[in-house]
Design a protein around this ligand. Structure first.
Ligand code: ADP
Length: 297
C-alpha cells in the first residue's frame, strides 16, 4: 500500500514549550485515521505541520513523497479547520464554484465539480440554498464537500464533529465512512471513544508525544446520559436494557438515565427511536456522564 505520510522524530517548539516531541508515524492510503488527544496535546500543531503552515524545528515529514508545502502537493491535500464557516452571503454552489476556481478550474469545470461533491455528501438539492437555510449538520457536510473539490488524496478534518449532537455526529462519521474510497481521511478529536468505531488506526497524542499508533482493540464501554421530560422509572430501564450493545442502565439522583454501552455498537440512534416509539418526551441525550455523575456517581 502506498505510504501517504511518513513522519520521523518531528519536534516543534513554541518558545520553550515543546508542542511536538519526537513524533514518528507512517500512514498508508486507505481507511480513516484518528488523531486523538486532550486539548493542548498538539493535534492542531501536527495538522498545521502536515499542511505546511508550520515548519518543525527538527525531524522530517514527507507527504506523498514531498515535503509539506511543496507546490506539487497543491490540490492533493485538503484540510478543514475546526472553525471553518460558510459565507452567509452566497449560495452553496456559488461558494463551492469559487473554491474550485481558486484551485485553477475553469468556471464550467468548477461548477460540475461542485455538483459532484454535493452529490457525494447527499446535498445536491441544496445547491441554491444559502447557509442559514441549512442545519448545523448540513453545513458541516457542505464543508466536507468543499474539501473534496479537485479530488485530493488526503483530507484532514479538525474536530469535524465538535459541537454536533450525537445523531448529527454519527451522520458525519457515516459520511466519512462512505467517502473512504474518495480520499484518505485523518480526523482529529479530543474524544477517543468518538472515532473508535470509524478508524482502524489511531494516533494518540498527549503533551506532544505520540503514545499509540494502533487501534484500541479491546472493547470499550462508554456512557450516554438520557434526560426525559417525565421522571424516569424502572419501566424505562426495562425497555432500554435489551437494545443491542447496552451493557447496563441506571438512574441517577436527578432522574436521568445512564446507559453504559459497548463502543463497538453505538446505541444513540436506537435509543432515540425507542423514545419516539414509546412516546417518551425526550429532553436531551449527551455523550458521557454529567459532571454530577462524574463527581458523585
Ligand atoms: P490541540 O490541537 O491538541 O488542542 P495545539 O496543537 O493547539 O493542541 O497546542 C499544543 C500546545 O501548544 C498547547 O499547549 C498550546 O497552548 C500551545 N500552542 C499552540 N499554538 C501556539 C502558539 N501559536 N504559540 C504558543 N503556544 C502555542
Amino acid at each position: 500500500m502506498m505510504s501517504l505520510i511518513t513522519a520521523t522524530n518531528l519536534t516543534k517548539y513554541y518558545g520553550n514549550m515543546r508542542a511536538l516531541d519526537e513524533v514518528s508515524f507512517t500512514i498508508s492510503a486507505g481507511s480513516p485515521v484518528a488523531l486523538v488527544g486532550p486539548n493542548g496535546a498538539g493535534k492542531t500543531t501536527l495538522f498545521s505541520t502536515l499542511c505546511g503552515y508550520l515548519t518543525a524545528d527538527s525531524g522530517t515529514v514527507k507527504i506523498l513523497n514531498q515535503v509539506p508545502g511543496d507546490p506539487s502537493l497543491f490540490g492533493r491535500i485538503a484540510a478543514l479547520p475546526q472553525d471553518a464557516q460558510l459565507d452567509p452571503r452566497f449560495t452553496v454552489s456559488d461558494q463551492l464554484d469559487l473554491y474550485g476556481q481558486l484551485q485553477g478550474l475553469k468556471r464550467k469545470q468548477a461548477h460540475s465539480e461542485t455538483l459532484r461533491v454535493l452529490e457525494l455528501v447527499n446535498l445536491s438539492e441544496y445547491a441554491s440554498a444559502r447557509p442559514h437555510e441549512l442545519s448545523h449538520g448540513m453545513r458541516k457536510r457542505i464543508c466536507i464537500a468543499q474539501t473534496l473539490l479537485g479530488q485530493p488524496e488526503l483530507v484532514l478534518l479538525d474536530e469535524a464533529t465538535a459541537g454536533l449532537d450525537p445523531v448529527n455526529a454519527r451522520e458525519i462519521r457515516n459520511l466519512v465512512r462512505s467517502l473512504q474510497s474518495q480520499a484518505t481521511f485523518i480526523l482529529s478529536s479530543h474524544d477517543l471513544v468518538e472515532l473508535d468505531d470509524l478508524c482502524d488506526k489511531v494516533l494518540h497524542l498527549n503533551k506532544g508525544k505520540l503514545t499509540a499508533v494502533d487501534r484500541v482493540t479491546e472493547t470499550q464501554v462508554a456512557t450516554l446520559t438520557l434526560k426525559l421530560k417525565q421522571p424516569a422509572t424502572q419501566h424505562h430501564i426495562d425497555a432500554i436494557a435489551p437494545l443491542t450493545g447496552v451493557q447496563s442502565v441506571t438512574l441517577n439522583a436527578s432522574g436521568a438515565i445512564l446507559v453504559d454501552y459497548h463502543t463497538s455498537k453505538p446505541v444513540d440512534i436506537d435509543l432515540l427511536q425507542l423514545c419516539k416509539a414509546q412516546q417518551w418526551h425526550y429532553k436531551s441525550l449527551v455523550n458521557g456522564k454529567t459532571l454530577e455523575d462524574e463527581l458523585f456517581g
